[in-house]
Ligand binder design. Structure first.
Ligand code: ATP
Ligand code: MG
Length: 313
C-alpha cells in the first residue's frame, strides 16, 4: 500500500498536472515506485504531458470493468524508471453519473496499487466526488496561481473539503433526519457546520472540531511573479480565521516560459531544463513535500471506511 498524495485546485488550468508530473518524476528518481493517476477523466490530459496522445487502456476501462486490476491500466514510461501513470480519457468522473459502488471500488484499488507513492491529479472544481478523492489521500496538496479568481477558488475548495471531511466522518454516528439534513444542507463556513451539530449533540460538535483540527492541506503557489499583489500569507490568515485551518506552504513556482516549452516537448520541465528557475523551485518544493511525507503522520481521513455507508447528496 503506497502513500497517496492528492493534488487539487478548485480552478482549472493552474498547473496541477505540471506540478504532479514533475513531483512524480522526482519521487521516481529517488528510487520510489510512483503511479500518477489522472482523475480528471472528462478533461484528461496528463498522458499528453508524457507524449501519449491516444492512450489505451485507460481508467475508464477499469471503471467499466474491462479489467479487474487497476495495475493493468498503468502505463510505464521508457525513459523514467519506476514512474507510471494511469490516463483518464473517457466519461467524466465529476458528474453525478459516477456510481457510489464504482467510486468505492476505485478508492479501494487506489490504496492497493503496486506503488510506493500514488499521486492523484484531481479534476478541477468542487464536485463532491473530487472532494472525496482529494480527501482519500494521506497528504493533501492544493495549487493556485496569484490570479484573484484562482485564489478564491482554492479558498472555496479548501473550505468545502474541510466541511466534507467533517460531514463524512460524523455521518456514521448520525441517523435519520439529522443525518439527512446535515448531508443536504448548504454551509457557508465551518462555524455553520459546527452550529448545525450543536442543537443535536454538543459531543458531535466537538468531534467535528477535532476532525477539522487535523485537516492540514499543503499549498503550492504556481506561476508566481513579482508584479502580483497576492501574498500567500493573506490566504493563510483567512483560512485560519474562518476555518481554523493551518495552510502549510510547500513552495512557489515562478512563471517561466520554459514550462510551456517543456510541455511541447512532452517532458517534465525538471528533465527538459533542470537548471531554470521553474525547475529549481519544483525541486525545492519536492524536498519540502518529501520531508513531510517521510516525517509526518498521514492526513488520511477515514473516508474509505466511512464511504462504505452510502451518503446521499
Ligand atoms: N510555472 C509556470 N510557468 C509558465 N507556464 C505554466 C506554469 N505552470 C503551468 N503553466 C502553463 O499552464 C498550463 C496549464 O497547466 P496544467 O495543465 O498543469 O494545469 P491544470 O491545473 O492541470 O489544468 P486542468 O485543470 O485543465 O487539468 C500549461 O500548459 C502551461 O502552459
Ligand atoms: Mg490537469
Amino acid at each position: 500500500m503506497g502513500t497517496i498524495i492528492s493534488i487539487a485546485s478548485g480552478k482549472g488550468g493552474v498547473g496541477k498536472s505540471v506540478i504532479a508530473s514533475n513531483l512524480a518524476l522526482q519521487f521516481s528518481r529517488q528510487g520510489q515506485k510512483v503511479v500518477l493517476v489522472d482523475l480528471d477523466i472528462g478533461g484528461a490530459n496528463l498522458h499528453i504531458l508524457f507524449g501519449n496522445l491516444s492512450p489505451s487502456p485507460t481508467l475508464s476501462d477499469f471503471l467499466e470493468r474491462q479489467t479487474d486490476s487497476l495495475d493493468a491500466v498503468v502505463h510505464t514510461i521508457p525513459w523514467a524508471e519506476g514512474l507510471g501513470y494511469i490516463p483518464g480519457t473517457g466519461n467524466t468522473l465529476g458528474g453525478g453519473n459516477l456510481l457510489h459502488s464504482k467510486k468505492l471500488r476505485l478508492l479501494r484499488h487506489l490504496k492497493n496499487l503496486d506503488a510506493d507513492i500514488v499521486i492523484l491529479d484531481c479534476a478541477p472544481g468542487t464536485n463532491y466526488h473530487t472532494l472525496d478523492f482529494f480527501l482519500a489521500a494521506d497528504f493533501y496538496v492544493t495549487v493556485a496561481t496569484p490570479d484573484p479568481t484562482s485564489v478564491i477558488e482554492v479558498y472555496r475548495f479548501i473550505k468545502l473539503a474541510a466541511i466534507r471531511k467533517a460531514m463524512t466522518h460524523l455521518s456514521i454516528r448520525l441517523h435519520g433526519e439529522i443525518r439527512q439534513s446535515l448531508v443536504n444542507q448548504e454551509f457557508s463556513n465551518i462555524q455553520d457546520v459546527l452550529e448545525a451539530f450543536a442543537p443535536t449533540n454538543e459531543v458531535q460538535k466537538n468531534e467535528a472540531l477535532a476532525i477539522l483540527n487535523t485537516f492540514y492541506p499543503y499549498f503550492i503557489l504556481n506561476r508566481a511573479n513579482t508584479n502580483s499583489k497576492f501574498s500567500t500569507s493573506s490566504l493563510q490568515q483567512v483560512l485560519l480565521k474562518f476555518l481554523g485551518t493551518e495552510l502549510v506552504v510547500l513552495g512557489e513556482i515562478p512563471q517561466d516560459d520554459v514550462v510551456t516549452h517543456s510541455i511541447r516537448n512532452y517532458l517534465p520541465v525538471i528533465d527538459w531544463a533542470p537548471t531554470t528557475p521553474a525547475s529549481t523551485a519544483l525541486i525545492q518544493t519536492f524536498y519540502a513535500l518529501q520531508q513531510r511525507v517521510l516525517t509526518q503522520s498521514p492526513h488520511r481521513s477515514p473516508s474509505t471506511e466511512i464511504l462504505q455507508q452510502p451518503i446521499k447528496n
